[in-house]
Design a protein. Structure first.
Lengths: 250, 263
């Protein structure tokens, strides 16, 4: 059996706010196969962003383990961080640098040489059609373009795993479809992609498997087609609504 | 603590390079901002107040206070920017997932702030000098001491934003930092009086004031520009600023990492 590229076991996350304990994730167990697109679905507050932030090593888990190729990510954090690209929900490009420098320095920050970083910027500009805006500052771009640059920044160091946290949120359908094409292109290159989204259609189109999170716990993990068959429903959206109807009723 | 490798230092220097590149387009306008402030104060000290027969000693104390304060000039905007970033833009989060020890990401921030602060602040003395020319006794000036105290002060004011930011829960509250914290410290720091005279006037408050980092910056600058008599020992000033810088950095990083909930 092929070893999973990423394995999450018994992971929990609690936040302590104003003397209250908030459990964001409860006993999460999942494993990712190399080259798959893994969709993380859930309603607002389900724990999708918390889980993707933990996998991106931004936040530590309260309990549990994350293994990359069989080794705890915390035993060799540098190695894991070099293997991961993270595109957060909120674009956090440096507004004081133009987009060429944003991408160039992002490459240097992962240890690329100056020439390697420049080559990567040019390559990504070709692939993601970014040339027109390379010398602009982030604030001057529309949401769709900014998101495209965020995607470029997250892959500038050629990661093995890409974590996309709601990459198409608030984008118009045309831009969203164009970003889907780019994500498909990255999958074709062999990247393992964790795609956090609350667009069910997006998950249905892009994900090989989906994980439905509900109130911090995993409801189920399966292929979208299997889920539709098992639940005898036409779309993933209907499956999702049925699974989370308790929350919808509230 | 994680072992620091050559790769870590490479990334560390790239972080500084990026900060300096981002600052470059603003360098001129920010230097002009500082120069306006220095020029106003030195014109008053060098031309207006002498006409009112204000004692020369006071004018020189005030001038050296102005020059020293140039180092702290950017501390408030630096705190405001960091608070806005932690709670808004979140570019800091990119830094926190890089393959370097977390403290190095923060340290790169301090070093770049230090270089920018120094670049801006060092203009204050040559710019103010023409206005104070007739009042200055140049035999008392020690340029190496001036440089040392400016370096130590710049370190302190580059580390301070980390600690201050960790105490500010929302960008809405950042304005209070100036009125409730920086301004009182600045004025009690001896902008216009020496600690010795302060002690003669209100001993108990002067002793409490020994915890004030601005005091060491002002006293140190006075030793460098006006000579040692009447001021705290120069190396005490330098040592205290460095110790306080370390405290700000260590506790600032610890508290900020907790606030952001970083790995």
């Amino acid at each position: 059996m092929v070893e999973p590229v990423l394995e999450v076991s018994n992971l929990s996350k609690k936040f302590y706010q104003q003397k209250k304990t908030i459990t964001a994730l409860k006993n999460i167990n999942l494993s990712l196969r190399e080259g798959e697109v893994f969709g993380l679905l859930g309603t607002n507050g389900a724990g999708k962003t918390t889980l993707s932030s933990i996998l991106a090593t931004l936040h530590p888990p309260t309990e549990g383990e994350v293994k990359y190729c069989g080794t705890s990510i915390y035993d060799d954090l540098d190695n894991y961080r070099r293997a991961v690209g993270f595109c957060p929900q909120r674009p956090n490009l440096n507004n004081y640098l133009n987009l060429r420098d944003n991408l160039y320095f992002a490459g240097l920050f992962y240890g690329l040489s100056s020439d390697e970083a420049k080559d990567q910027v040019n390559l990504l500009a070709d692939e993601l059609e970014l040339h027109e805006y390379l010398d602009h500052v982030p604030q001057s771009l529309s949401g769709g373009w900014r998101q495209r640059f965020m995607l470029a920044r997250s892959i500038v160091h050629s990661p093995k795993i890409l974590i996309l946290d709601e990459p198409t949120v608030a984008l118009d359908p045309q831009v969203r479809h164009r970003l889907w094409e780019k994500i498909r292109g990255l999958k074709a290159k062999g990247l393992t992609i964790i795609l956090t989204t609350h667009y069910l259609e997006e998950a249905e189109v892009l994900a090989d498997r989906v994980c439905i999170l509900h109130r911090g716990a995993i409801k189920l993990i399966d292929k979208p087609a299997n889920l539709k068959n098992d639940f005898k429903l036409k779309t993933l959206e209907e499956v999702f609504l049925q699974l989370t109807e308790e929350e919808v009723a509230i | 603590m994680q072992h620091v490798t050559k790769n870590h230092w490479y990334i560390f220097f790239q972080l500084i390079k990026a900060e300096l590149k981002a600052y470059k387009p603003m360098a001129l306008s920010e230097t002009i901002d500082l120069l306006v402030w220095v020029a106003v104060l030195t014109v008053i000290n060098g031309l207006v107040l002498p006409a009112l027969h204000v004692p020369r000693e006071f004018l020189l104390i005030s001038f050296s206070g102005t020059v020293a304060s140039a180092v702290s000039f950017k501390s408030y905007p630096n705190i405001a920017n960091l608070v806005a970033d932690v709670h808004g833009d979140q570019t800091i989060k990119q830094r926190l997932i890089l393959p370097i020890p977390p403290w190095m990401g923060f340290f790169a921030m301090v070093v770049s702030t230090f270089l920018i602060t120094l670049w801006t602040a060092l203009w204050a003395f040559p710019l103010g000098l023409p206005f104070m020319w007739q009042l200055m006794d140049f035999s008392g000036i020690s340029l190496w001491r001036f440089l040392v105290i400016m370096l130590a002060s710049a370190w302190f004011f580059s580390a301070l934003p980390l600690l201050m930011t960790s105490f500010i829960p929302s960008p809405r509250l950042v304005g209070r930092v100036w009125l409730r914290f920086l301004f009182p410290l600045w004025f009690f720091g001896g902008f216009s009086f020496t600690w010795e005279k302060f002690y003669e006037a209100i001993p108990w408050l002067a002793i409490i004031d020994l915890m004030n980092p601005y005091l060491y910056m002002m006293e140190g600058a006075r030793v460098a520009l006006l000579g040692p008599p009447g001021n705290l020992p120069f190396w005490l000033d330098v040592s205290m600023l460095l110790v306080l810088s370390i405290i700000c950095f260590v506790f600032g990083v610890k508290r900020l990492r907790k606030q952001i909930d970083a790995v």
